[in-house]
Design a binder for this molecule. Structure first.
Ligand code: ADP
Ligand code: MG
Length: 393
């Protein structure tokens, strides 16, 4: 995914106004009718149409006239809205090189005014799993908000909330700086993903530190669920930092035991294969951790669970709600079919929309009321929910 931020410089206030209007329209429309964009943006003398052309040229929007004339944001368009907001807030002043391509994200370096380099993660939920999304179309149909914008925003919100909480509780994670839309800004971790490391000075210590993190997480009520050599960073002093939190679950999750064991097994397997570590030996070499282990040296979830803390529940009160968690988990686990109680809560009501709008403070209040008059289009686009879009780039 190329992020040509130079374009940012050439975009005017009106450009961003129209881009924001499309974003707002997408809360209720997969493809936002051009005429609605114009009504939200309220530019004089048909200015909206000229601006739309410009945004299309820069690939910030996608044009679709298959059912009616309309537009939707591209990833790039959404990126720009988030980046612009971050820049306006003074979080950073420049976007640099891409430092990571994750399964469902793109990571860039960004620079603060004083030259400090941070990491910016742009979530792209739905990019890899698009087919899964498509197969859930029946389910999604009832939730116009269930699209990549929404999911990516949820993922960022969750990641930010968890990173903050984990940091507060002394876990080695990046410092969570700011989030907006699908974007999380955090401190830049020195070092490399463990997967790139061929040999270690203190293999046993590193191993025990890593297993210790999984155990301590569970003791706090949480399971990482993607705890592996790609999401563990290590620096030249063999200091460990854990990253990548959107899929974390509570120890009260129905599959908690399985997720925990899987996280542990990933680490055991990696160390066995890469570093030839023999676990019986390392067991005697623990740095004071005395948690229950089974005969192969693996920590026992059922023992830890008994005394697990409440970080999972605290997080539920952190702005990332239980409903958010349900939505994101259902997507991640692909459990759409378990949606028997077909509630309609997932759909943003116009009130939700206006509320979010005011909160985000991205467009003046008197434009948002226009959306209230516009419920008529909704039924037209149910078949377009969760388009693949330009996701392969
Ligand atoms: P995904 O959820 O897509 O797997 P990750 O958060 O794991 O995304 O990030 C992908 C890659 O980007 C990581 O493997 C790492 O190389 C790099 N990365 C992510 N966050 C940081 C960070 N804060 N500092 C340095 N590199 C990072
Ligand atoms: Mg990752």
């Amino acid at each position: 995914m190329k992020l040509d931020v130079d374009v940012l410089r050439y975009l005017s206030k009106d450009d961003f106004r129209v881009l924001t209007a499309v974003e707002l329209g997408m809360r209720n429309h997969e493809i936002v009718p051009t005429e609605l964009i114009d009504r939200i943006a309220r530019l004089k003398h048909g200015g909206t149409y000229k601006v739309l052309k410009n945004l299309l040229k820069h690939k910030l929007l996608h044009h679709d006239s298959s059912k009616y004339d309309g537009f939707r944001l591209t990833y790039l368009g959404y990126d720009f809205l988030a980046i612009k907001t971050m820049v306006n807030k003074g979080v950073f002043v420049a976007v640099g090189r891409q430092i990571g391509v994750g399964k469902e994200s793109d990571i860039f370096e960004v620079a603060r005014e004083d030259g400090t380099v941070l990491a910016m993660k742009l979530h792209r939920l739905g990019r890899v799993s698009f087919r899964a999304v498509k197969s859930k179309r029946d389910y999604l149909r009832h939730r116009s908000s269930y699209n990549w914008l929404y999911l990516s925003r949820l993922a960022a919100l969750k990641e930010f909330a968890f990173m903050k909480a984990l940091e507060t509780h002394g876990f080695p994670v990046p410092n969570a700086v700011e989030h907006n839309r699908h974007c999380v800004v955090m401190s830049l971790v020195q070092g490399y993903p463990l997967v790139q490391v061929k040999s270690l000075e203190n293999t046993d210590t590193v191993f025990e530190t890593i297993i210790g993190i999984v155990v301590r997480l569970a003791e706090h009520g949480l399971i990482h669920c993607d705890f592996n050599e790609f999401n563990i960073m290590i620096d030249d002093n063999e200091k460990i930092t854990m990253i990548d939190f959107p899929q974390m679950v509570s120890v009260s999750h129905r599959n908690a035991q399985m997720y925990f064991d899987r996280d542990v097994e990933c680490i055991f397997k990696f160390f066995r294969k890469r570093f030839n570590i023999s676990f019986q030996e390392s067991k005697d070499d623990t740095d004071g951790s005395d948690e229950a282990r089974d005969e192969s040296g693996k920590p026992s979830f059922s023992e830890i669970e008994k005394s697990a803390g409440f970080l999972d529940r605290k997080l539920a009160a952190s702005g990332f709600t239980r409903k958010d968690e349900e939505h994101i988990q259902r997507f991640i686990e692909g459990g759409a079919e378990s949606d028997s109680n077909s509630d309609s809560e997932g759909v943003d009501s116009v009130n939700d929309l206006v509320e979010d709008l005011n909160e985000a403070n991205i467009i003046d209040d008197d434009s948002s009321h226009l959306l209230e008059q516009d419920d008529g289009h909704e039924s037209q686009e149910k078949d377009e929910t969760c388009e693949a879009g330009e996701s392969s780039g």
